[in-house]
Design a protein around this ligand. Structure first.
Ligand SMILES: CC(C)(COP(=O)(O)OP(=O)(O)OC[C@H]1O[C@@H](n2cnc3c(N)ncnc32)[C@H](O)[C@@H]1OP(=O)(O)O)[C@@H](O)C(=O)NCCC(=O)NCCS
Length: 119
């Protein structure tokens, strides 16, 4: 089966959360690698927003597939290939395959996740 999740995020909302609780918000949501990647970019807030949307999209796809345990943001790791394609890692994924796509403008970030299961 194929399950889909999608999410859209306002970049300014993510920037405001980072400005308000820099350490707390970042560490609760993002992995050290994600933080390092976003902070290397010219406009980090856009990339944090993209990863936030990706994590929400992944959660939606997993919940659509019947996941009943809570999934925490930091469990979902959003990396990238050398070409820039998002690569998602999640310890509890098992045999399921997960693909994510991210897009952003200066104002919004959007992500779609597709989860493929064996059944
Ligand atoms: C990939 C590409 C379509 C992205 O378009 P874009 O309008 O710049 O992307 P957006 O701003 O909407 O979204 C950015 C996100 O796209 C994703 N992305 C970047 N490169 C990507 C790629 N090659 N494939 C899939 N997704 C990609 C990333 O998640 C990125 O977010 P991040 O920078 O926070 O990691 C464009 O950069 C492109 O055509 N690059 C050339 C790719 C190439 O040469 N491929 C070689 C084979 S033809």
């Amino acid at each position: 089966m194929i399950y889909v999740g999608t999410d859209i995020v306002e970049v300014d909302r993510i920037k405001a959360l980072i400005d308000r609780w820099p350490a707390k918000f970042l560490k609760r949501i993002f992995t050290p690698d994600e933080i390092a990647y976003c902070e290397r970019q010219a406009a980090p807030g856009i990339h944090f927003a993209g990863r936030f949307a990706a994590k929400e999209a992944v959660k939606k796809a997993l919940y659509a597939a019947g996941e009943v345990t809570p999934i925490f943001f930091r469990q979902i790791q959003v990396g990238r290939t050398p070409q820039g394609v998002p690569l998602v890692r999640l310890a509890s994924l098992g045999q399921r395959a997960l693909q994510v796509s991210i897009s952003h403008t200066g104002r919004h970030a959007i992500a779609t996740a597709i989860l493929e299961t064996d059944d």
